[in-house]
Design a protein around this ligand. Structure first.
Ligand code: PRX
Length: 632
C-alpha cells in the first residue's frame, strides 16, 4: 500500500475518488480482520452518520502486536528515551510489549473493566502509557487520554462527561528539571467524580502520594497478580476505540469519538505513506500521547505497521537545546516528526547546539500542528535535513484521525509552508461565506471536506447534536474544518489558520470562550475578551482584555491572580501571554463584542481598525489602543 511515485499517487487519488469503496477495501485488506466487512461505507453528512467496514470484526491490538510476533517479535516496538539523559533508555520489543499489554489488560479486567467502559488515562510519557492505551483497546474499553498539562477541574469535566469508571495515573512526571505531581491533581479532580471506582497508580517519580483504601491501587502490585494471557476482545469495526477532548469556539471541550476499524486503517495507511517508512527504521514523533498526534503517530499508526516508534519523556530544551539532536544521534532516528513551535524554539538557540551531532541517519522530516512559516521551514530543511530530507508539512485535526493534506515523502514535490496536496481519499473544497464552492486555482476560502474518509470522527461523546452543529451544519453536506485555506496556481494547498474563535498556541487548540470563562471566574473580573496574536515561538499567543471591578486594584497582583485562576480552571497551557486591563470592551449596540477590532489591536495593527461607528462607545477603542501600545 506504499505509494512510490507521483504517477502512483495520481492513480491512487483518482481511484479513491472514482471508486472510494473499492479503493479503501484494497487498503483495508492489508490489515488483520477476524471477519471482513459486509459493506465498506455507508454515509450521510446531514445527521451525520458515517460507517466504515460495517459488519467487520477485529481487534486493533492484534494488528499492532500479535500479527508482528511471528516474524518481527524481536524488533523494537517502542524505544523510550527518559527525561534524564543519564538514565538508560528502555526498548520494548514487539514480544515484550505484547506481554505487557496482555498483562495490564488482565489487571483492568480484574478490576471490573468491561468492553465499552470508559477509562481515563493521565500519565507521563513513559512506556506504561502506551501499554495502558493498548490494554484498553485489547479488552474493548474506551480510553480517554488527558494531557498532563490540564488542571484538576479540566480532568474532572472530562471524566464526568465520559462517565469514566477507572483512572490510570502515576505518582508524578518529570518534565525538564520540574516534577509534576500527577496523583495529587487526580486526587483533586476525583472529589467531583462519582463514577470513578478505582485508580491505578504507576510508580514513576517515587514522590509520596495518598493512596485511598478501596479506591487506589499500585500498578506494580496488580501486574503481579495476573497472567500474561489475554485473548483480544472481538470488536465491531464501528465500536468506539477512544475519546479525545478538543477545544472549539464555544463551550467546554468536546469528546471526539473515533472507532476501531476506520481509524486503524487510516492511521496505518497515512503513516506508511506520508513518511515512506521502511522496515527497521526508527520513527520519532515528539508529540505527547495526550494529543491526537501521539495517538496516531506514536502508538497506533507505527505499531500497526510493525514500525519502531521512539517515545521521549522530556522536553527539547532539557538539559539544553541540543537534546533533540542528541536523541537523533543516539537512536539513529530516520524520521523526525515535530511541531513548528519546537523548530522555532530550537532555531532561537542558533546552530551551535546542532554542531557535533551526527544527524546523517535522518531521511524524512515532518511538521504538524500549525502553519510552518517559511523561515522555520528553511532552517529545518537546511540545518536539520542538510537539504537532503523531504519535509512533509502535514495538515490534519483531532477530528480527522490521521493526516489529510500533506506531501508524501519522496513523491510529492514540496513547497515551503504548503501542506501541498490531499492524500488519496481526501476531497477538499474551498467555500465562500455563503457556502458556494470556489472552483479553480489561485483562490482562497474556508476549507471543507466533501466526502468521508475512514478516520473521520463519528460523533462527539454524549452529544451527537453538537457534532452535527459544529462540523456539519455550517455548510450543507460538508465537513467544515474551521480552517482558512489558499489553493495556489498549481493546485497546492496552504493552510492559513483558524477562521473561528480557536487559538492555536504552540500547536495546541484553545478556545477563546474557554479562557474567557476561566478569567471571569476570578472574583474581581467583570468581563473579558480573549483573542490570539502572532507570537514568534508559539505561533499564536493569548491576549486577554479584562474589565476589573475595582479601579484601585494592584495591576501586577491581579494579573498574577488571573493567571493562577486560569491555571486552576484549565491548566497552565491556557495562561494568557498578555493581560490588558480596560474600562470597557468594543461592543455593537446589540451588545456583541467586536473581536475583529481586538484582534487588530492585539496584532499591533491599529492604523486601520475599520468602521467603528456602529460601536456603542467608540471612545473605548482609543483607550484600548493606548493601553495596548504601553503593554507591547
Ligand atoms: O488549524 C489547524 C492546525 O491545527 C488544527 C488542528 O488542531 P488539533 O486538532 O489539535 O490537531 C493538531 C495536530 C493534528 C487545525 O485545524 N494545523 C494542524 N496541522 C497544521 C495546521 N495548520 C497548518 N498547517 C499544518 N500542517
Amino acid at each position: 500500500m506504499q505509494i512510490n511515485s507521483f504517477e502512483a499517487y495520481q492513480q491512487a487519488y483518482k481511484h479513491s475518488v472514482e471508486n472510494p469503496e473499492e479503493f479503501w477495501a484494497g487498503i483495508a485488506d492489508n490489515f488483520l480482520w477476524k471477519k471482513k466487512w459486509d459493506k465498506v461505507l455507508s454515509w450521510n453528512f446531514s445527521e451525520p452518520n458515517v460507517k466504515w467496514f460495517e459488519g467487520a470484526k477485529l481487534n486493533i491490538t492484534e494488528n499492532c502486536l500479535d500479527r508482528h510476533l511471528a516474524e518481527h517479535g524481536d524488533t523494537p516496538a517502542i524505544i523510550w528515551e527518559p527525561n534524564d539523559p543519564e538514565k538508560d533508555p528502555i526498548t520494548l520489543t514487539y514480544k515484550i510489549l505484547h506481554v505487557q499489554v496482555c498483562r495490564f489488560a488482565n489487571v483492568l479486567k480484574k478490576n471490573g473493566v468491561k468492553k465499552g467502559d470508559r477509562i481515563c488515562i493521565y500519565m507521563p510519557m513513559v512506556p506504561e502509557l502506551a501499554v495502558a492505551v493498548l490494554a484498553c483497546a485489547r479488552i474493548g474499553a474506551v480510553h480517554s487520554v488527558i494531557f498532563g498539562g490540564f488542571s484538576a477541574q479540566s480532568i474532572a469535566d472530562r471524566i464526568n462527561d465520559a462517565k469514566c469508571k477507572l483512572v490510570i495515573t502515576a505518582d508524578g512526571s518529570f518534565r525538564g528539571n520540574k516534577q509534576i505531581q500527577l496523583k495529587e491533581v487526580i486526587d483533586d479532580a476525583l472529589i467531583g467524580c462519582p463514577t470513578v471506582e478505582k485508580v491505578i497508580v504507576l510508580t514513576n517519580t517515587r514522590t509520596p502520594v495518598s493512596m485511598i483504601k478501596g479506591r487506589d491501587i499500585w500498578w506494580e502490585d496488580e501486574v503481579k497478580l495476573v497472567d500474561a494471557n489475554c485473548p483480544a476482545e472481538e470488536m465491531d469495526a464501528e465500536d468506539m476505540l477512544f475519546i479525545l477532548y478538543t477545544s472549539g469556539s464555544t463551550g467546554k471541550p468536546k469528546g471526539v469519538v473515533h472507532t476501531v476499524g476506520g481509524y486503524m486503517v487510516y492511521a496505518g495507511y497515512t503513516f506508511t505513506n506520508v513518511f515512506n517508512y521502511q522496515p527497521d527504521e526508527v520513527f520519532f514523533c515528539t508529540a505527547d500521547i495526550g494529543w491526537i498526534t501521539g495517538h496516531s503517530y506514536i502508538v497506533y499508526g507505527p505499531l500497526s505497521q510493525g514500525a519502531t516508534t521512539l517515545m521521549f519523556e522530556g522536553i527539547p530544551t532539557y538539559p539544553d537545546a541540543s537534546r533533540m539532536w542528541q536523541i537523533v544521534e543516539k537512536h539513529k532516528v530516520n524520521i523526525l516528526y515535530t511541531a513548528p513551535t519546537a523548530i522555532r524554539s530550537l532555531m532561537s538557540f542558533g546552530t551551535e547546539p546542532i554542531q557535533g551531532h551526527d544527524l546523517s541517519s535522518l531521511r524524512v522530516l515532518g511538521s504538524v500542528g500549525e502553519p510552518i512559516n517559511e523561515e522555520a521551514w528553511h532552517w529545518y530543511n537546511e540545518e536539520i535535513g542538510k537539504d537532503n530530507c523531504p519535509i512533509v508539512d502535514t495538515w490534519w485535526q483531532t477530528e480527522n484521525g490521521g493526516i489529510m493534506i500533506s506531501p508524501i515523502a519522496f513523491v510529492t514535490p514540496t513547497k515551503p509552508s504548503y501542506a501541498t496536496l490531499p492524500l488519496p481519499g481526501i476531497q477538499p473544497v474551498l467555500v465562500d461565506e455563503a457556502g458556494n464552492e470556489i472552483e479553480g486555482n489561485g483562490v482562497s476560502g474556508n476549507l471543507c471536506i466533501k466526502f468521508p474518509w475512514p478516520g473521520i470522527l463519528r460523533t462527539t461523546y454524549g452529544d451527537h447534536e453538537r457534532c452535527k452543529l459544529t462540523y456539519f451544519s455550517t455548510y450543507k453536506d460538508m465537513y467544515f474544518t474551521g480552517d482558512g485555506c489558499m489553493r495556489d496556481q498549481d493546485g497546492y494547498y496552504k493552510i492559513t489558520g483558524r477562521v473561528d474563535d480557536v487559538i492555536n498556541v504552540s500547536g495546541h487548540r484553545i478556545g477563546t470562550a474557554e479562557v474567557e470563562n476561566a478569567i471571569n471566574m476570578h472574583s474581581g473580573v467583570v468581563e473579558s475578551a480573549v483573542v490570539g496574536f502572532p507570537h514568534d515561538v508559539k505561533g499564536q499567543g493569548i491576549y486577554a482584555f479584562v474589565i476589573f471591578g475595582n479601579s484601585q486594584h494592584d495591576e501586577d497582583l491581579n494579573k498574577r491572580d488571573i493567571l493562577q485562576t486560569v491555571t486552576r480552571v484549565i491548566g497552565a497551557i491556557a495562561k494568557p501571554d498578555k493581560i490588558l486591563f480596560v474600562s470597557g470592551l468594543p461592543k455593537t449596540r446589540s451588545g456583541k463584542i467586536m473581536r475583529r477590532i481586538l484582534r487588530k489591536i492585539a496584532e499591533g495593527e491599529t492604523s486601520n481598525l475599520g468602521d467603528t461607528s456602529t460601536l456603542l462607545d467608540p471612545a473605548v477603542v482609543e483607550e484600548i489602543v493606548e493601553g495596548a501600545a504601553k503593554l507591547r
